[in-house]
Design a protein around this ligand. Structure first.
Ligand code: MG
Length: 263
């Protein structure tokens, strides 16, 4: 009898060890950059997100004129339009991020992410919706994802509806979240899109969209939620992911939220 109990106990302990923390989850917006020596969308911000155990690190990707995918939020970098500029020009040593890093290539970013292989990579394709641009950027995205073996870690987000629809076709096993905020989940679901990632005031106006999305098996993410009051409110509303510039605060509030639910 004692042996059986011991066996059962060991089984439970093993299960507890292998179990991943359940959601809601924290996504570090543009990585975790609000720390010494870091910068938005830098390799450092990605590694910081991994170090604090964030569920995911969000980052923004643009395509250069000569076909290089680079990590940067704006369509411009130091005043240069990325889509109209060759990579070598953008990668000039005089042009740096706030922490001194050069603009990261997507390849460098994926390579660095291997240090934290359990962390999701929340990939935002920056696009103005131009078909010629997306016809290049989407296949290049999929090629890079597969070449680095990170497909299982990618959650794709974009303000471009056409990019979301296309990515969902190219990588049907991956979560794809539309960012725009103006379309009801059921309509997106019909297009093959599997998640919504809306600016948080949208959910104050349309709290019913969260349940609607969940009933369709869609993921609900929200951005960019930095204030304690809003984080608490969105957790109560039932979102799955909180995208934030304050990932440590959000993690603490999620733990408190989960503990309160258990009582
Ligand atoms: Mg972004």
């Amino acid at each position: 009898m004692k042996k059986i109990l011991l066996f059962l106990l060991m089984g439970c302990m093993l299960a507890a060890c292998s179990e991943k923390p359940s959601g809601p989850y924290v996504v570090a917006h543009r990585g975790y950059w609000k720390t010494d020596g870091s910068a938005q969308n830098s390799i450092s911000s990605l590694l910081n997100a991994g170090r604090i155990g964030a569920y995911g690190s969000e980052f923004d990707v643009n395509l250069t004129a000569d076909g290089q995918l680079v990590v940067n939020h704006d369509f411009t970098y130091h005043g240069l339009e990325i889509a109209a500029t060759d990579f070598a020009t953008l990668h000039d040593p005089s042009l740096t991020l706030a922490n001194g890093e050069l603009i990261p290539t997507l390849d460098e970013y994926f390579e660095a992410s291997l240090a934290y292989p359990d962390m999701k990579l929340v990939y935002e394709l920056k696009s103005k919706g131009e078909p010629e641009y997306e016809a290049l950027a989407l296949p290049a995205t999929v090629e890079a994802i597969n070449r680095h073996g990170v497909a299982s870690r990618i959650e794709f987000i974009s303000f471009s509806l056409s990019a979301c629809v296309e990515f969902a076709k190219l990588m049907p096993d991956n979560v794809v979240e539309y960012l725009g905020g103006e379309i009801a989940p059921a309509e997106l679901h019909e297009m093959g899109i599997t998640g919504i990632d809306y600016e948080y005031p949208v959910f104050y106006e349309h709290p019913e969209w969260i349940e609607e999305a969940h009933k369709l098996g869609m993921v609900v993410n929200t951005w960019t939620v930095n204030q304690e009051e809003d984080i608490r409110k969105l957790l109560e509303l039932g979102v799955d992911q909180i995208t934030t510039n304050e990932p440590e605060l959000a993690a603490k509030l999620i733990e408190e939220f989960k503990a309160a639910k258990k009582k």
